[in-house]
Design a protein around this ligand. Sequence first.
Ligand SMILES: [Zn+2]
Length: 386
Amino acid sequence: MQAIAPVSVNQAPIAQEEQSRGFVILRSQVRVLLGAPFQLEYTPMHDEPQRKGDLQSLTDGTLTESDARTLLERMRWPDGLICPLADCGGSGAYRIQVAGKTLKSGRVVGPRQLFKCKACKRQFSVTKGTIFEDSKIPLRAWLTVMYRMCSSKKGVSARQIGREFGLTPESAWFMCHRVRYAMTDKNPTRLKGIVEADETYVGGKLRGHPKHRAAKFDMAERIRQARANKIAVFGIKERGGRVRAQAIPEISQRKVEKVLHDNIDPAETRLMTDEHAFYYWIKNRVPHEVIRHVSEYVRGEVHTQGMESFWAVLKRGLIGTYHHVDAGYLNQYVQEFAFRANTRRISDNERFTSLVANVGGRVDWYLGKKAQVSQPVETDEPYDLA
Ligand SMILES: [Zn+2]
């Protein structure tokens, strides 16, 4: 087969061009053979957010410990120092240097950067009352991990973070959970407008080959086992707005109604769900439209595609990044994905800044103790949506 000659108006330059092209190919082959460094061309899909100043050093790994401290001070107290100690909140505080010393026990304490409150005369550090308090992990590692968790759409595994920062798997795991705590919305307000509600099931993969299982158990038993192993995640989403989701073990109609009652404004909401029996009675309390997934997925404004796309990202993250999530901690992972979904319209830098603004508070469960499948849904008390 003949090679197709390149079309050109002028004959003479072609020969030169082909010659030079041949040379280029040869050189690149030699380079590959010799293992010389080569650069991949990188074309960003979108306009990348501007990374300037402090945040630049977060991403290129040049952040020092004192930079991290200054960055946290500025982000925590943009309008001047406020005392974080209990029952104070005084605004007059000043910086003090505490020299290093050797304690009676022989433990050496390095010099520390502290503040002293004029009102209550107590000392505090920039990490007081935050998720970083009492942590031995350097602040620069904390901030870098937070940035990574903000910028990775499907999350970062604790193992990966442990390897990168030289931490034990347990330390890295707990660190990530403290960041998830900061990502959790602590003062949720009610959703309104067109609100989609949907549920999905996570986990529940059974051991053994399906054929062997079929020989051993009848159909009803196999369905029972598969259901028993799964945990439901229930979510609601404002059309074009916020997502709220939580893991609900042993999901029931009454628990679903309670979550809806707590999280939507019935006077200003049109609820969209599928035909699941959980939502059968909700029409008595809030305007409700149903999309029948047996036959259709979208009917005008009636659909739950917003929730479906949230489930898609959540499930890919849980399977692809985290591989195995303990049922007791599933809700914390769901909060992480909800945080990123709710800040999806802002840049990574802005998301990171809003996360740092939320570092107040402490995780009230610790390694070794079992986490609550948080916010257990109480259904004993009577409630009324109307
Ligand atoms: Zn004070």
